[in-house]
Design a protein around this ligand. Structure first.
Ligand code: FAD
Length: 480
């Protein structure tokens, strides 16, 4: 099992070209914008490699090796549960704040590998490529991320009618040994930290867009790959005390730019095929497994927010107030709904004709559809219950180093049940969940990580059994 230090060594100075603040980053494992996140990912690998976590984090493959649970292709509700418990163990170590941990796209790869024939309908070699890459990723515990949405340049026109047809990432050349890709794709969260990026498209593509209808695995350090990172929150996190979450869990987001990137045929799953490009998400359990993991991660984050708010109420002495309990009840209800819907994806799962277990799509897309409404509610309650306490905090940890200011802080910024430092640490953590730039990005993430909510609701509409609903009405009509 890959360890954290092996992961760090493998991405260190490996030739990847990550750009930030106008410069190329030499080594992401030591650069202030990325090192905190790489350490958190390394910790995930160490959790999985620890002998005491072997049962929860790994499974035995058909060749007898141990692999991360996210690569397990489930054949029963119980195996979906095993996948979930591994995802939860990892999510707990990041408080659910790293959405694109290696188990996210790892789960998509398992979903693809569950249905190689779907890819093989365009040629056996594509099916073999999917299975081979999956086994390679599984056997080496690889960290893949993805960029599967076209950049927001001019959405009123399809990809091939943009002002330059090579703006959106697509094929520009076919060679005997592979293909060459040029253009950009959004939004490669975690690409700066990962081993591979999966480039494909989840938006429906129109006739004429075949050059953009691909699915390819690209090493992050392949020549021509450019990762344009957004502004770093970790670099601006002046200390772990002041920014306990930004400093550790800023998983980074980026625009992926491909400057004539060569991809050998063996890493091509889909080539110029709009139908398979669409079906890979819905006719293979890829989107379902990836988002079962994502919802497990989200349920963990909500539990973390509840824990934090409970601590704050206890600090302020408001915990026993009935109106505060009502607000806490509302938060707990939201967290429990999300958690229960994760379990419902398993208990209502179904086994397809190939013996593959699919999480219930109704259960999955119902909770995903409501996430962009539920998440702001959670954030708002934390805000409401905290009052001004999160604002009236010492400017930085250095205020505790000056005897004069430290004495005043110990006296005036404290609680009967917590030292000044503990109180301030908790409230700074809360601000990092709801108020900092890291927190703002998270609110955007929860709204969009699974696609814009109008698209998620369309997924729900496709999954829902309207026939059964209409039957109730028809039964009454039949009464005459
Ligand atoms: C922090 C973050 C991390 C992400 N990480 C990744 C990642 O790792 N990999 C990845 O591939 N993607 C990722 N995404 C998701 C992805 O890139 C997109 O943001 C997401 O799919 C939404 O697409 P869009 O941003 O192009 O928004 P748009 O599709 O342009 O939608 C924006 C808004 O416009 C309106 N709108 C647009 N079109 C319509 C329509 N047809 N009907 C009705 N209303 C419409 C809606 O109000 C919609 O919310 C991430 C997103 C965020 C915010």
């Amino acid at each position: 099992m890959r360890t954290g230090s092996e992961y760090l060594a493998s991405i260190k100075n490996d030739g990847r070209r990550v750009f930030i603040d106008g410069e190329v980053v030499g080594d992401v494992t030591t650069h202030p914008a990325f090192c905190g996140a790489t350490r958190s990912i390394a910790h995930l690998y160490d959790i999985a490699a620890a002998p005491e976590n072997r049962e929860v984090m790994t499974y035995t493959t058909e060749t007898g090796t141990q692999a991360l649970r996210c690569f397990q292709i489930p054949r029963s509700a119980a195996e979906l549960g095993e996948r979930r418990r591994a995802a939860e163990k990892w999510a707990e170590s990041t408080c659910g704040l790293m959405g694109r941990s290696p188990d996210h796209v790892g789960s998509f790869l398992a979903g693809f590998a569950a249905k190689p024939a779907l890819f093989g309908s365009a040629g056996d070699h594509f099916a073999k490529n999917v299975s081979r890459f999956y086994q390679y990723a599984r056997d080496n515990s690889l960290y893949a991320t993805y960029a599967i949405v076209p950049p927001q340049i001019d959405r009123s026109k399809p990809a091939h009618q943009q002002s330059d047809p090579t703006l959106y990432a697509g094929v520009v050349k076919e060679r005997d040994d592979g293909i060459v890709l040029r253009g950009a794709q959004q939004l490669a969260t975690g690409a700066a930290l990962a081993d591979y990026v999966y480039l494909s498209c989840i938006h429906p593509l129109t006739p004429g867009d075949d050059a953009y209808a691909n699915g390819v695995m690209i090493p992050v350090n392949a020549p021509g790959v450019k990762i344009y990172s957004r502004r770093s929150f970790a670099s601006n996190a002046t200390s772990t005390f002041d920014y306990p979450l930004s400093s550790r869990f800023d998983e980074t987001d980026a625009l992926l730019v491909l400057d004539d990137v060569f991809v050998p045929w063996e890493n091509v799953f889909i080539y110029r095929n709009r139908q398979i490009c669409w079906d890979q998400w819905w006719k293979a359990p890829s989107h379902s497994y990836g988002n079962h993991q994502a919802q497990t991660r989200y349920a963990t984050k909500l539990r973390f927010m509840l824990g934090l708010t409970k601590h704050i109420n206890e600090l302020t002495g408001n915990d026993a107030l009935p109106p505060v309990q009502v607000q806490m009840g509302e938060m707990a209800a939201i967290a429990t709904i999300v958690e229960s819907m994760v379990l419902a994806q398993e208990t209502q799962s179904y086994i397809d004709e190939d013996g593959i277990a699919w999480p219930s799509k109704q259960a999955l897309y119902s909770v995903m559809s409501l996430q962009s409404q539920l998440n702001p509610k959670m954030v708002d309650i934390v805000r409401e219950l905290s009052g001004g306490s999160m604002i009236m905090l010492p400017s930085s940890v250095h205020d505790y180093e000056n005897p004069e200011t430290a004495a005043d802080l110990e006296r005036y910024v404290s609680s009967p049940n917590a030292s000044s430092r503990k109180r301030v640490a908790l409230l700074k953590m809360a601000w990092d969940v709801i108020g900092t730039e890291f927190a703002g990005r998270h609110q955007q993430y929860e709204k969009f990580y699974g696609g814009a909510s109008f698209l998620v609701k369309q997924n729900m509409a496709r999954a829902y059994d309207f026939g059964r609903a209409k039957q109730l009405v028809d039964n009454v009509l039949a009464l005459g």
